[in-house]
Design a protein around this ligand. Structure first.
Ligand SMILES: [Zn+2]
Length: 279
């Protein structure tokens, strides 16, 4: 079993200093969409999809957020294109586990019509209902279809450290768990993957910047504001961040990373051999 760290979209929001706490106020920032590709014995498993080809190729109307976030429309950056560059086909992806269904995480679902999509029921319900302005902006139902093969999971089933968890893919050689981390969205999850050296925890959008889970937590003002404005439940989001800080402090063998921090992505890609593409 091999795990690759892919960047499946780059975004360049205004004011690097405000968003990332470094560089110039007028410079553009740079955030990524960190996804995992697991090459298991039974096929490929994707954790999050980033932006897919429908959006990158402008086959769906682009909402205002795409411009505001400075999304780079690069079809070569999609998970599908990167998987094909590795010599696979899209149909080799049998399972996709999503942290949540925001367009920058679920945008690629349409590129893998054969795959089973693992998600919490609460999240799928929220994405279908699209209540209020924020949920209408974040969930783009045109990015999946009536044929999408949803596999809905309950939030609890077993314990994983101090968290509830449920095994998404029983019977596979890859141990992949959904871990409830609600707050950013109603049914937001972390995805834990066991590798040779221990556990990886893809925290999705439970936090946005590597230092947010440090001993002295710090988040640049722009990202802090952005997270607060987008939170479906801000108290739960902050509570879960404290739990992640505690997990990191007490269990050094669990590697935590979030979806959008370029520092974390770079650190993981430098460790993996060979580097996965130039994205
Ligand atoms: Zn996101």
């Amino acid at each position: 079993m091999r795990i690759r760290h892919l960047n499946c979209a780059s975004m360049c929001p205004p004011s690097r200093r405000f968003v990332q706490g470094e560089g110039g106020w007028l410079e553009r920032g740079h955030i990524v969409c960190h996804c995992l590709l697991i090459e298991g014995r039974g096929g490929l498993i994707l954790i999050d999809t980033g932006l897919g080809s429908a959006l990158m190729e402008r086959r769906v109307p682009l909402h205002a957020d795409v411009k505001m976030l400075g999304v780079q429309l690069d079809p070569a950056c999609t998970a599908k294109a990167q998987i094909e560059a590795l010599g696979y086909q899209a149909a080799d992806v049998r399972d996709i586990v999503v942290t949540h269904l925001d367009f920058d995480h679920a945008g690629g679902l349409g590129d893998f019509p054969q795959a089973r999509i693992h998600v919490y029921g609460v999240e799928l319900d929220a994405a279908r209902a699209r209540r209020g302005f924020v949920e209408r902006s974040r969930y783009w139902p045109e990015l999946w279809s009536a044929d999408t093969r949803w596999l809905v999971h309950p939030e609890a089933g077993q314990r994983w450290f101090d968290f509830d968890a449920v095994r998404a893919l029983p019977g596979e050689d890859a141990e992949v768990l959904l871990v409830p981390l609600a707050g950013h969205t109603r049914g937001h999850a972390g995805v834990a993957v066991k590798n040779r050296d221990g556990w990886l925890l893809h925290c999705g959008d439970a936090y946005f910047f590597h230092t947010e889970i440090a001993v002295d937590p710090y988040c640049p003002a722009g990202l802090s504001l952005f997270q607060r404005l987008l939170a479906a439940d801000n108290r739960r989001r902050l509570h879960n961040q404290v739990r992640l800080q505690q997990l990191k402090r007490e269990h050094g063998d669990v590697e935590l990373f979030c979806a959008h921090c370029p520092h974390e992505l770079r650190a993981h890609q430098m460790r993996q051999q060979p580097a996965a593409g130039g994205h």
